[in-house]
Write a protein that binds this ligand. Structure first.
Ligand SMILES: [Zn+2]
Ligand SMILES: [Zn+2]
Length: 424
């Protein structure tokens, strides 16, 4: 019995030492800015690419059922279910991995998927979530991959793409016609176990705690790529409406890493303090300011900003940006509101030589770079840690714009969260 189980487990490539292995996040977090920790992580990246696929062992058994947050039908409410089936190793396709989740962030996009208010429709029933971190516990048979059981990885909005089409070849994997989207057209990370693609999961640097890393995978990557392509140079002014929110507060930090000067737009004392603490050079409270365009111009030598990263769900945020950008400025549209139209003055767009660009999440390299910067301690996620049953209340908070920073759900067993000292 034992030996046949062993043989079977060996074939299953199931993670053995999971019970005793856990990313040593609390210890290494202290060393996040050190060169040594960074070098260790780099070495890990390099060697893991060359290492043969480790198989097996195991005193770890994939359970048959799990707890998930389920939207039974589009527009419905979130239900916590503890009887949802877990995909077993034999059911994984080549190239797929099963990840035992440790943490997942909550993004505005999850709210859109739940509400069903986009022109694209999500699958139904749906498990949302697309910025999750966990340990690979199984890999599909016949997979050709550098990922292995035991790797701590991140699952992103882009769960998979073909890697062979024109878009993928040009590094726009997110625009692949065959893209699979976590928590949208495939089930996501609001679960204890999630299936993803070995090609697209991101290795998490050791110096990053799983809960800290989670929000880098969507909010961080999205902010990072938008800023990278914002046609700005060191010292330029960038405007970040929504700067105190989940994506915005990361955008402030990535902008500072690139040497930009930041005008943060948001509202309320908590968000103002957060933005200024993160290094924003100017603050505009959109509820108190009578003229946002004038306020931005006043903050930017009277000439206007070089770029704006706009995530707003209403057209006014875009219209204002055209007005407060200086000639030659770049408007980066990043949010994905379901209905809003971008209303820009054609006259002034042309007359001021304005570029209007869209930036949609990021590719694998963007994720690598965004994680790398965070691993070196230059970007920190400000988050509140919650448990999955609080997802419904979190959606309400997001709807009302009351969430400063990010909400991250701890998916470890109850009472065994980060730093609890238990062996997992
Ligand atoms: Zn997202
Ligand atoms: Zn493709």
């Amino acid at each position: 019995m034992i030996s046949s189980t062993r043989t079977q487990m060996s074939g299953l490539r199931t993670l053995g030492a999971l019970a005793s292995r856990r990313a040593p996040s609390t210890v290494l977090r202290v060393a996040s800015t050190s060169t040594r920790a960074h070098n260790l992580w780099r070495a890990n990246y390099t060697t893991s690419a060359r290492r043969a696929q480790a198989t097996t062992l195991a005193d770890f058994t994939i359970p048959q059922t799990q707890t998930v947050a389920l939207i039974e039908k589009s527009g419905g409410t979130v239900a916590i279910r503890d009887d949802w089936p877990v995909v077993q190793q034999k059911d994984l396709k080549p190239g797929e991995c099963l990840v035992k989740m440790q943490a997942t962030g909550c993004c505005h996009t999850d709210l859109h998927a739940a509400l069903g208010d986009w022109p694209l429709k999500a699958k139904s029933p749906l498990i949302g979530g697309h910025e999750g971190v966990g340990i690979i516990v199984a890999i599909g048979d016949s997979s050709v991959t550098d990922r292995k059981v035991g790797d701590r990885v991140g699952i992103k909005w882009l769960a998979d793409s073909c890697l062979n089409c024109e878009q993928c070849r040009n590094g726009r994997e997110q625009n692949c016609a065959d893209a699979k989207l976590s928590g949208f057209n495939v089930d996501g990370t609001f679960s204890e176990y999630c299936v993803s693609s070995c090609n697209h999961v991101s290795l998490i640097p050791e110096s990053l705690d799983s809960q800290e890393a989670a929000s880098i995978l969507c909010a961080g990557v999205t902010a990072y790529r938008a800023i990278k392509h914002s046609q700005t140079q060191h010292g330029d002014w960038i405007v970040l409406p929504g700067a105190g929110g989940g994506l915005g507060h990361l955008a402030v930090q990535y902008a500072k890493v690139r040497g930009l000067r930041v005008v943060a737009i948001d509202s309320g004392e908590e968000k103002r303090q957060l933005c200024l603490d993160l290094g924003a050079d100017a603050w505009v409270d959109f509820k108190e300011s009578k003229d946002i365009v004038a306020a931005v111009k006043a903050a930017t030598d009277g000439q206007g900003a070089h770029s704006a990263i706009v995530t707003a769900s209403s057209p006014s945020g875009y219209t204002q940006a055209i007005d407060y950008l200086r000639p030659g400025g770049t408007l980066m549209a990043v949010g994905l509101p379901g209905e809003a139209k971008l209303e820009a003055s054609i006259f002034f767009t042309v007359f001021k030589s304005i570029s209007i660009l869209g930036s949609y999440v990021g590719n694998r390299q963007d994720a690598y770079e965004a994680l790398d910067i965070a691993a070196r301690g230059q970007v920190k996620v400000h988050y509140v840690s919650k448990r999955l049953p609080e997802l419904k209340a979190t959606y309400e908070g997001l709807k009302e714009g009351k969430v400063a920073g990010r909400v991250v759900f701890d998916l470890e067993p109850e009472g065994c969260g980060s730093g609890c000292g238990h062996k997992h």
